[in-house]
Design a binder for this molecule. Structure first.
Ligand code: SF4
Ligand code: SF4
Length: 489
């Protein structure tokens, strides 16, 4: 009998609370897109005038490293954007600094400056994913961005892939391009080597403020349903493009298709959903910190203020971690995994905690049979340490190793590798019928994990499931040890 391989223990050690960054390092751009959120009066002029030099970016990185050590946090990934980050002269020095510090990063940029020389340098510095945007088929996309942009983008997908870098295509959905969502998915699957595709509902901010036409909740329900069916068809037809689901409204569609069941949170904490305040953070070129890049509300200024002070101390950010501030989401059984999109709500109502005007929750059947009383979060007056403990409870990671060691959890996990769909229809009933004893948190974790595995597992990650691997190795080790003890008898 073999001992568990070393890598599995390493995997466990990596369970730290993850926080992703969207870091805009320049305002320079060759486009002036009709929907660009960068041109927001409140932030743009200062960003443009006071873009931080490389030393400023490095000071921020030093501060982030200090936070990681102090709180056992993991900052990943860094989404480097702009403007077009390729237009920043010291981009490669900055990326080399990220690499030196072991940071995982992706670039969200334009196709224009991608050539053999630059792509080789990007591959050498460890870039794994370059995200490009397409906002429709050729005429529509060029109308949004610039003439010839569609052709340039399609051509550069091939180039990016040639250097072994993944390429995600991002589509921002507005009423004026909605009819091209499905044709674009099919076009990309059939004609390009794009690794993945994602879309989200465009937020009214910056230039997009001039777009008066709005969706209704019914439009969104229909569009997301069409997307779900097309994704299924493309998969059945054998196309390998992967669909990354950014919007929380996919959860409602997955619920309708019995691939997700709402679990009511305990202690005000959450399982997934809107990242704001929990596991994401945005930094602008001048160091301005925003709760979310598309919601222009400043929460701090770096490097003058530390990440610790902003993330754990800013009252506005803290409110996103307390259910009671959300006017409608707080009473919804999807609270723990959705909370809509506060940036969209802010763009429309100027109050991020208002009801999401596009939520189609009421149109679908309510199924939860649990007590619906969503509890309050802790008071706003927490210390930094108390606030972090609450955040990392959400991120699950510190609790996970303990879960993994429990026998009932281990066997349920392995059973679910075969039976996940049945479980996701109603996890509470499934566990009750299986006569296993799992806590609410454990059930919540399993639901989130199996729903992710069924719906959004990323390409090119481990073919195997590392948690299942680890569990099997624990069981094998257990059997091994009992055999050793038996041999002694
Ligand atoms: S959306 Fe992107 S490409 Fe378009 S102007 Fe803004 S930063 Fe430039
Ligand atoms: S009410 Fe809020 S949490 Fe519930 S489904 Fe709608 S947006 Fe999501």
């Amino acid at each position: 009998m073999t001992n568990p391989p070393e890598k599995k223990n390493l995997f466990l050690n990596e369970f730290k609370s993850p926080i992703g960054f969207q870091w805009h390092i320049t305002t320079n751009c060759s486009n002036y897109c009709k929907h660009c959120y960068m041109y927001d009066e409140e932030t743009y002029a200062d960003e443009r005038k006071n873009t931080l030099p490389l030393e400023g970016l490095i000071k921020i990185l030093d501060d982030l490293d200090g936070f990681e050590k102090k709180y056992n946090a993991k900052f990943t990934p860094f989404g480097i954007s702009g403007g077009d980050p390729m237009l920043r002269g010291d981009l490669f020095e900055f990326l080399a600094e990220l690499k030196k510090r072991g940071k995982h990063f992706i670039i969200m940029g334009n196709p224009d400056l991608l050539n053999d020389h630059n792509l080789k340098k990007l591959a050498d510095v460890g870039l794994k994913n370059y995200q490009l945007s397409l906002d429709g088929l050729e005429a529509t996309h060029d109308f949004f961005r610039s003439k010839g942009s569609f052709k340039r983008t399609i051509e550069k997908i091939k180039f990016i892939r040639k250097y072994g870098i993944d390429c995600n295509i991002m589509f921002s959905l507005y009423p004026s391009n909605a009819s091209e969502l499905i044709p674009l998915m099919r076009f990309l699957a059939m004609n390009t080597e794009a690794t993945s595709f994602s879309f989200d509902i465009g937020v009214m901010s910056g230039n997009a403020n001039s777009m008066k036409n709005q969706f209704t909740a019914n439009d969104i329900h229909n569009l997301f349903t069409e997307y779900y069916l097309e994704k299924k068809r493309l998969k059945e037809e054998g196309y390998s493009i992967f669909f990354l689901e950014k919007s929380n409204f996919h959860k409602l569609i997955n619920f309708e298709n019995e691939l997700l069941y709402p679990i009511v949170p305990k202690m005000g904490n959450v399982l997934s959903g809107s990242y704001i305040g929990w596991n994401s953070f945005s930094i602008l070129s001048d160091g301005t910190a925003l709760a979310c890049r598309t919601m222009p509300i400043k929460v701090g200024k770096m490097p003058q203020e530390s990440f610790e002070k902003i993330f754990l101390g800013n009252t506005f950010l803290k409110k996103f971690r307390r259910p009671e501030y959300f006017k409608v989401c707080s009473t919804c059984d999807f609270y723990a995994m959705c909370r809509g999109c506060s940036a969209y709500v802010y763009g429309i109502t100027k109050d991020p905690f208002e009801k999401h005007p596009l939520c189609f929750r009421d149109e679908i059947l309510k199924k939860t049979d649990e007590n619906q009383n969503i509890q309050k979060g802790p008071p706003l007056e927490t210390t930094f340490e108390e606030e972090w403990e609450y955040i990392s409870l959400h991120n699950q990671m510190p609790r996970l190793p303990t879960f993994l060691m429990e026998k009932d959890f281990q066997y349920t996990y392995l059973d679910l590798s075969q039976d996940a769909k049945e479980f996701l229809k109603n996890p509470l009933v499934y566990i009750k019928n299986s006569k296993r004893e799992l806590s609410h948190d454990q059930i919540g974790f399993l639901m989130q994990r199996f729903s992710d595995l069924l719906n959004t597992q990323r390409p090119n990650l481990n073919e195997q499931d590392p948690i299942a691997d680890y569990i099997v190795s624990c069981i094998l080790k257990d059997i091994d040890q009992s055999q050793v003890s038996l041999a002694k008898v």
